[in-house]
Design a protein around this ligand. Structure first.
Ligand code: CTP
Ligand code: MG
Length: 226
């Protein structure tokens, strides 16, 4: 097993409405992305990190850590991931750990757990959390409740997601990297008939999406440092 990490970091962060894409926002004077890279590089199994970035945006991150290289991101998250997977495959990596640049608070034990499970199970593994709120279904464009969706056995997918690279590339290509339901790696694998394993995640592993999320991750990251 030769494991590479793929970090999609080529988004524009439209929901954040910040001046620069959210992965470059400074938290305690360091870009958010640097915390994500540090979190991933705590796993000794990760031999190399491929970060998918927009060529224009890479100037926002002046010095990359050792064992990190950049690839050009794409128009969708799946296309950015695919670019990283192809670079890793070309360098002989057998497995990939895909992790959103926008999740800087990944706990070490969760990371080690998904690596263990994703590299030993042929179907791969993803970090996820059991849904904890009550779920309501509405009709499109309507704020009226149609029904309550039983939440038993429902999970929220997070990253990291760990798979063998070759079947993952094939699965993304087969589904089509612009398919609207291809929102994580597991969905492509499922589409191809695989049954990836669910690994218990953490409520701290939030994806920075809206401005208020910055406060929360700043708090968690400070907790980690002190
Ligand atoms: N991403 C990417 N390439 C894209 C789109 C997204 O690499 N074309 C990355 C983002 O940088 C982020 C991760 O995928 O780290 C998860 O996506 P999301 O949270 O949706 O980030 P954005 O697409 O940047 O934000 P928004 O959807 O609000 O525009
Ligand atoms: Mg997005």
């Amino acid at each position: 097993i030769k494991l590479a990490a793929i970090i999609p970091a080529a988004g524009t962060g439209s929901r954040m409405q910040s001046e620069q894409p959210k992965q470059f926002i400074k938290i305690q004077s360091k870009p958010l992305l640097s915390y994500t890279l540090a979190a991933i590089q705590r796993a000794p199994q990760v031999q190399r990190v491929f970060v998918a970035v927009n060529p224009q945006a890479s100037a926002l991150y002046p010095s990359w850590p050792a064992q990190v290289e950049t690839v050009a991101g794409g128009a969708s998250r799946a296309e950015s991931v695919l670019a990283g997977l192809q670079a890793a495959a070309a360098q002989g990596f057998s497995h990939a750990l895909v992790h959103d640049a926008a999740r800087p608070c990944l706990p070490l034990e969760v990371l080690l757990d998904v690596i263990e499970q994703g590299t030993t199970q042929a179907q791969g593994a993803i970090v996820a959390l059991p849904v904890r709120d009550t779920l309501k279904r509405s009709a499109m464009g309507s704020p009226v409740i149609q029904s309550t969706v039983p939440r038993a056995y429902l999970w929220q997918a997070q990253t990291p997601q760990v798979f063998a690279i070759e079947p993952l590339i094939d699965a993304i290509n087969a589904m089509g990297s612009t398919h609207p339901e291809l929102t994580d790696e597991a969905s492509a694998m499922e589409h191809a008939g695989y049954q990836p394993r669910l690994v218990m995640g953490s409520y701290k592993n939030i994806k920075v999406t809206f401005p208020e999320d910055i406060e929360l991750v700043s708090y968690y990251l400070k907790e980690e440092i002190t």
